[in-house]
Design a protein around this ligand. Structure first.
Ligand code: SAM
Length: 287
C-alpha cells in the first residue's frame, strides 16, 4: 500500500467520526438532550436552533440520524461564536494549526495575553481563523469553560487553573466542519430566526434561562426578552410550526407559556457560572 492510499484511508476515517460539540458552553444541553430528543417529531421539514451555543442537542440529533445537516438552520446572537463556526467550516486545518500555536503554553500570564488580544482583535485586520483559534483556546483555558462578557462586550472570564495542555480533537473538528458546510449558519437575534420558519418545520429553543446566567452577549437577556420570546413562540405556533423550548422552572416562565404543554424534567448541569451548582436542577420543557 503506498502513502496516498494511507492518506485517503485516514481522511475517510476522520469523516466517519460522529461530530460532537467543539465548545463547552454554559447552559449546554448535553445532559438534557435525551429529554428533548424524545419530544422531537418523527418527521419535519427544516430543523431550526436559534440559540445554538455549543449545539449539544443538534449534534445529538445528527448523531442519531434525526436531522441532516443540509436541512438545519443554526443561529445565535453572539458574533464571535458564529464567526468561530464559520472559520471552522472554511478552514479546520488552519484553525487547528493556529490553536496548536496558542496551546503550547498554559499559564495565567499567557491566558491573560490571549484574552486581551481577543478583546482588542479587529476582524478587518486579522485572519478569521486566528480569531477562531483564540476563541477555542479561551474556551478551553478559562474558568469552567464559561463565556461571559461585560456590558461593552469584553470577555472577562478568569483563568482556569488546571494541569496539562489544552487540546482540540482534530478528527472531531474535521467532522464538525463537514457538518457545518451543509448547514445554514447565521448571527442573528432569535426573532429574526423564528420569522424564517415554515409550517412543517421543527424548532428547538434554548434561551438564556430566567433568573440564571444571561451574560453571553453584551445585551444580556432580560425579562423583556423572555416576553419577546414567548410572543414570537406564540406566532410560530399559530403558523403551525412545532417547537420544544427549555427554560428554568419559575412561576414567571410558567405564566409566559400558559396554554402550552409544560413538563418538568430533571437535568444535571454541565457548566454553571459559579462552578458550584452542578447538582441536578428541575427545568421546564414547553412544547
Ligand atoms: C443556554 S445557551 C444555549 C446552549 C446550547 N443549547 C448548547 O447546548 O450549548 C443560550 C444561547 O443564547 C444565545 N443568545 C443570547 N441572546 C440571544 C438572542 N437575543 N438571540 C439569539 N441568541 C441569543 C447566547 O449567545 C447563548 O449561546
Amino acid at each position: 500500500m503506498n502513502t496516498i492510499d494511507i492518506t485517503a484511508i485516514l481522511a475517510s476515517a476522520s469523516c466517519m467520526v460522529a461530530p460532537k460539540p467543539v465548545l463547552k458552553w454554559a447552559g449546554g444541553k448535553r445532559s438534557l438532550a435525551g429529554e428533548v430528543m424524545s419530544r422531537v417529531p418523527a418527521e419535519f421539514g427544516w430543523y431550526h436552533e436559534p440559540f445554538f451555543g455549543g449545539g449539544a442537542v443538534y449534534f445529538e440529533l445528527l448523531r442519531t440520524g434525526r436531522v441532516t445537516a443540509d436541512r438545519a438552520v443554526l443561529s445565535d446572537a453572539l458574533p464571535r461564536l458564529i464567526e468561530t463556526y464559520e472559520a471552522i467550516r472554511t478552514d479546520p486545518s488552519g484553525a487547528m494549526a493556529s490553536f496548536g500555536r496558542l496551546a503550547r503554553v498554559h499559564t495565567k500570564e499567557h491566558y491573560l495575553a490571549v484574552r486581551d488580544a481577543h478583546n482588542r482583535s479587529d476582524c478587518a485586520t486579522e485572519a478569521r481563523v486566528d480569531r477562531a483559534a483564540r476563541f477555542l483556546s479561551l474556551n478551553r483555558t478559562c474558568y469552567n469553560g464559561l463565556h461571559r462578557v461585560n456590558s461593552r462586550g469584553g470577555f472577562n472570564v478568569p483563568f482556569g487553573d488546571f494541569k496539562g495542555s489544552p487540546t482540540l480533537d482534530e478528527p472531531n473538528l474535521l467532522a464538525v466542519a463537514e457538518t457545518l458546510r451543509g448547514a445554514q449558519l447565521s448571527c442573528q437575534d432569535f426573532e429574526e430566526a423564528l420569522e424564517r420558519t415554515e409550517e412543517s418545520d421543527f424548532v428547538y429553543l434554548d434561551p438564556p434561562y430566567d433568573r440564571c446566567f444571561v451574560q453571553y452577549t453584551a445585551a444580556g437577556f432580560s425579562r423583556v426578552d423572555q416576553h419577546r420570546l414567548a410572543d414570537a413562540v406564540r406566532r410560530i405556533h399559530e403558523r403551525g410550526v412545532r417547537f420544544v423550548l427549555s427554560n428554568a422552572s419559575t412561576a414567571f416562565v410558567r405564566s409566559l407559556y400558559a396554554g402550552f404543554a409544560i413538563e418538568t424534567v430533571s437535568a444535571p448541569r454541565a457548566i454553571s457560572s459559579n462552578g458550584k451548582a452542578r447538582a441536578s436542577v428541575e427545568e421546564y420543557l414547553v412544547s
